[in-house]
Write a protein that binds this ligand. Structure first.
Ligand SMILES: [Zn+2]
Length: 738
């Protein structure tokens, strides 16, 4: 298989910025958005192995563990025939359970794919067509809502900001743990993801606290993001796979799956748990010229591993070779759990296939990517396949005999017209001939009126005449341009601006309608501190993508940095008009209002953000800080306590709580909390300064001096804190000399 050395690429990242020290921290979804910011019917005899698990005892409902492996190609697991794999734990589960040889994701994009796994619907039906400002609507029944209604304890543990609760997948989950790493304000450049072992630890803790002590069955979803680029597996996996780091990440996730299975065993839950493992999409690794995923719908990007395990419930060693879909997962596990079915036209229970029935006819298998269109104004791609043929609808359509040519290298569209037309008809039938639902994209009248009142007249209009899909550039002709854009985006992320600018300017010179290039150029200008130029680029981007609440938010941040608070609020309002759930915009607006001394206005915004997302400790922290400034200390304390109840080791909340105690003269409490804050995160200089002051308040002068000296001497201390610490030291010296 062709495999290129994958380059570090684009990734959504977040960074924290404080326009003024006393303002709430503003989370900006940063600078770089990514495109992350999108057979013959015979049967192989099952390999009979000894069962490691025992059959579930009768009469007790089965629990469900769903593991989604992000960016994981089926053919990079050992059990799917990959020689270099180190995936023996997942391989073992497949040997003891059912493995689907040919399973396909409906989109090579994380959020749409997961929305399909949970709803059993294709993206054109559930409307989540890309990552970012698409949301799963509340109107859809999901695997989670059905199981929750049946009394299941439900919890999700996700590892990427792309699956943040704001995007609608949290519904039905009692616990939705989407804490990402580096959310502490001390860390400036953040990657909004969480290493899989840490996500799994959160799952382990939940299982121990809830599932193990409750008679009710549970549904737990663990999402592992590690194989997404950049590929940096921790030791020993990274070093062991120095020449194929992508495989190192998969090996790392295999070890994580093993640890979770061990935990289920320790807690006595393993015998009652059905385990479903599926990939959300693949990774092209250079095939067809694509380095990662989102641009193409070739099998490299949409074929995924799919395994079911539960001895006694699914047969051991069964390999199903009929092609199946990620949308089949929910109907299948619901039947195995004896739960009510999901109403879906796009998924079916695979239980008959698992038990050995044969298909008369495999349902057509669909996939799509709108990323070429939404980011670049190129043509979207749609594909449909049957047992033998795969059609890719594109300006230059493609047809592959996937049974003879699994690498999709010989386009037979011109030669096999009958097969091609049959699948084109199938595609029309499936989609109703329309492009399908979009959970953003069309703005309602109220939104348009709000935007017009903010000066955005005509924002809802189609952004200047857009060519019909068939007349737009074909992604396969543009993949070279896209790879250069990704390289430019990575350069911007790594602050190599001089490398990125010529590429972006050249691409925009030829193709001014390339929204992604406008966006990356805006980010570059923002990164370089040229906020006027950045705002101009974001405006051009909004001409092409008027529904982007993010672009308004970034403009708001640019205006803030220019000291133009009025326009900053205006842009935050525009972001909120498009997306009232966009809490980052609310936090920004609240911060500006608080900075002006408008505490009632600021608190109204921040309270709305907390109400919309009550389980996000970060939002409560921001609210608590403004409450403290506004003199409402009792409520501030309650918000700190609520944040710490959600996340007991949340260092900024511990620090804020400590500062509040110190302000109230409760020095003993302050010292306890601040010491804890510094245990968690020793680099919090304001926490250390407040600790020193609390020591002073208690008369522990020598302890106070020690902390002030640390601050005065540490090379990384900010000038303001260092000066303040030196001043306290000289005051203490004067006092003791008296
Ligand atoms: Zn993904």
């Amino acid at each position: 298989m062709a495999k290129s050395r994958p380059s570090r690429g684009t990734r959504r990242s977040r960074s924290a910025a404080s326009p003024r020290r006393s303002w709430p921290r503003i989370v900006l979804i940063a600078v770089v958005v990514i495109v992350a910011l999108a057979f013959a019917l015979s049967r192989i005899p099952g390999l009979r192995r000894s069962l490691r698990g025992s059959p579930p005892p009768a009469g007790r409902p089965l629990s469900l563990l769903l593991v989604t492996l992000d960016t994981t190609r089926a053919d990079h697991l050992g059990i799917y025939g990959y020689q270099r794999a180190r995936t023996r734990h997942i391989d073992q589960l497949a040997r003891e359970g059912v493995r689907f040889e040919w399973a396909f994701s409906p989109a090579p994009i994380t959020l749409p794919a997961h929305a399909s796994i949970l709803t059993g619907l294709y993206p054109f039906a559930h409307g989540v067509r890309n990552n970012g400002n698409f949301y799963l609507s509340d109107k859809f029944e999901t695997l989670t809502t059905i199981l929750r209604r049946r009394g299941y304890r439900t919890a999700a543990f996700v590892s990427s900001f792309i699956l943040d609760r704001r995007y609608g997948l949290a519904r039905g989950f009692e616990t939705y743990d989407d804490r990402m790493e580096g959310e502490s304000p001390q860390v400036l450049a953040l990657e909004a993801e969480r290493r899989g072992d840490r996500t799994a630890l959160a799952l382990d803790a939940w299982l121990a606290k809830n599932a193990a002590v409750q008679p009710a069955p549970f549904f737990a979803w663990l999402h592992l993001y590690d194989p997404h680029e950049p590929y940096h597996a921790p030791p020993p996996f990274g070093p062991a796979f120095a020449d194929s780091p992508y495989d190192g990440e998969i090996a790392f996730d295999d070890a994580i799956v093993a640890s979770v299975m061990d935990k289920l065993g320790q807690l006595g839950l393993k015998d009652h748990t059905l385990v479903a493992i599926i990939g959300d999409h693949g990774e092209s690794l250079g095939e067809h010229g694509e380095e990662t995923h989102t641009m193409f719908v070739y099998d490299a990007a949409i074929r995924v591993p799919f395994i079911l395990w539960r001895p006694g419930v699914v047969p051991a060693g069964r390999v199903v070779i009929e092609p199946v879909r990620a949308t089949d997962l929910a109907p299948t596990v619901l039947e195995l759990l004896e739960a009510p079915p999901l109403q879906t036209d796009h998924g079916r229970s695979l239980v008959p296939l698992i038990r050995g029935a044969r298909d008369d006819r495999t349902p057509p298998i669909y996939a799509e990517t709108l990323v070429p269109q939404l980011y670049n104004n190129w043509a979207p791609l749609r594909t449909v396949r049957d047992e033998r043929w795969k059609l890719i609808e594109a300006p230059r359509p493609e047809l592959y005999d996937v049974s003879a040519d699994p690498g999709e290298t010989r386009n037979l569209y011109a030669d096999r017209t009958q097969a091609a037309h049959g699948l084109e008809e199938e595609l029309r039938r499936l989609t109703g001939g329309a492009s399908g639902a979009m959970s953003v994209g069309k703005m309602d009248r109220e939104t348009l009126e709000k935007l017009a009142s903010l000066g955005y007249i005509g924002a809802g209009a189609e952004p200047s005449p857009s060519p019909k899909p068939a007349l737009r550039p074909d992604p396969k002709d543009m993949i070279g341009v896209f790879n250069r854009l990704r390289a430019a985006n990575s350069a911007v992320r790594d602050r190599r601006f001089s490398e990125a600018l010529p590429i972006l300017q050249e691409i925009l010179g030829k193709d001014p309608r390339n929204a992604f290039a406008q966006l990356v150029l805006g980010s570059a200008h923002m990164g370089m501190g040229d906020y006027h130029a950045a705002i101009a680029r974001y405006r051009k981007y909004l001409d092409l993508v008027p529904t982007s609440s993010y672009a308004h938010q970034w403009m708001a941040i640019c205006y803030l940095r220019l000291g133009d608070r009025q326009n900053a609020v205006r842009e935050a309002d525009a972001a909120l008009a498009i997306d009232p759930r966009f809490s980052d915009a609310r936090i920004l607006k609240g911060g500006v209002l608080a900075g002006r001394g408008d505490y009632p206005g600021a608190l109204a915004e921040l309270r709305t953000a907390v109400e919309a997302d009550p389980a996000k400790p970060m939002l409560r922290l921001d609210l608590a800080k403004v409450l403290t400034e506004a003199g409402q200390e009792g409520e501030a304390q309650a918000q700190y306590e609520a944040a710490l109840k959600i996340q007991p080791d949340y260092a900024p909340a511990l620090s804020g709580m400590g500062a509040l105690y110190a302000k109230q003269g409760k020095f003993n409490e302050a010292v306890t909390v601040l010491q804890r804050a510094l245990e968690v995160e020793p680099r919090q200089e304001d926490a250390r300064f407040n600790l020193a002051k609390a020591y002073e308040g208690m008369g522990r002068t020598s302890d106070a001096r020690t902390e002030y000296e640390r601050l005065a001497q540490a090379p990384g201390t900010s000038p303001a804190i260092r000066d303040a610490a030196r001043q306290r030291l000289s005051t203490l010296a004067t006092k003791s000399g008296r």
